[in-house]
Design a binder for this molecule. Structure first.
Ligand code: PRP
Length: 221
């Protein structure tokens, strides 16, 4: 994998969502902490960049939901860090619930979707903010949106930290997007590969040999 800087004309903000541009430094591997250097090729988004953007997103959501009470519906498990940082920045009355949805298998492809946890809070007539860590093929978001819409909320807005538009297979976009990212296999800040790397404080790009090895050995690496 070659990591190159994006051209300047691709580094402007997304006009619709305000998503921040991504800096991919060719020498970024040097920034990866020693402990993770064998597995993580580079840091795509630093913890500081995440903190700044998540605070911006919270301000935007506050403005859009002024005077309303929110039901935040967060998808397990990848949202763990993003959700915590997002809602601690939200000065709005809100209730929080989780839906469990997971693509079957431990590989890098989104496979069959399985619902592992249902909502406990009623969203009927409520303002819902659906939070996910990454919008990739869009299959998860499409399935979850269909399920939520059937519960008759007043309105639903969608919020993702990362948007990987290059792999979209379903016609779905998020209302709030932290970062538009290239088609790299990313881990950290909640995102996993075979349930690992969720604890990294940054979003990093996994070395291809790690997921190639993980696939071959079925996560026994
Ligand atoms: C990941 C991620 C999103 C989904 C996005 O979930 O958290 O929910 O894939 O992919 P898609 O747009 O192609 O559907 P995963 O099933 O890996 O579960 P996790 O959150 O527990 O890691």
């Amino acid at each position: 994998m070659t990591l190159t800087r994006q051209p300047e004309n691709a580094r402007t903000r997304n006009k619709a969502t305000g998503a921040a541009p991504i800096r991919v430094a060719a020498d970024a591997a040097g920034e990866v902490p020693e402990r993770w250097r064998k597995e993580v090729a580079c840091i795509l988004i630093t913890d500081k960049e995440i903190a700044i953007r998540v605070a911006e997103m919270s301000r935007q959501i506050e403005r859009d939901f002024t005077g309303r009470e929110l039901v935040v519906v967060s998808l397990l498990t990848g949202t763990v860090m993003f959700l915590a940082d997002l809602i601690r920045n939200l000065s709005l009355p809100l209730r929080l619930d989780f839906m469990g949805v997971s693509s079957y298998g431990a590989g890098t492809e989104s496979g069959e979707l399985v619902f592992t946890k249902e909502l406990r809070i009623s969203v009927r007539g409520r303002d819902v903010l659906l939070v996910d860590d990454i919008l990739d093929t869009g299959r998860t978001m499409s399935r979850v949106l269909a399920k939520l819409k059937a519960l008759k909320p007043r309105r639903i807005r969608t919020c993702v930290l990362l948007n990987k538009a290059a792999r979209r297979a379903e016609p779905v976009e998020a209302d709030y997007v932290g970062f538009d990212i290239p088609d790299f296999f990313v881990v950290g800040y909640g995102l996993d590969f075979a349930e690992r790397y969720r604890n990294l404080p940054f979003v990093g790009v996994l070395h291809p040999q790690v997921y190639a090895q993980g696939k071959k050995k079925k996560v026994e690496f």
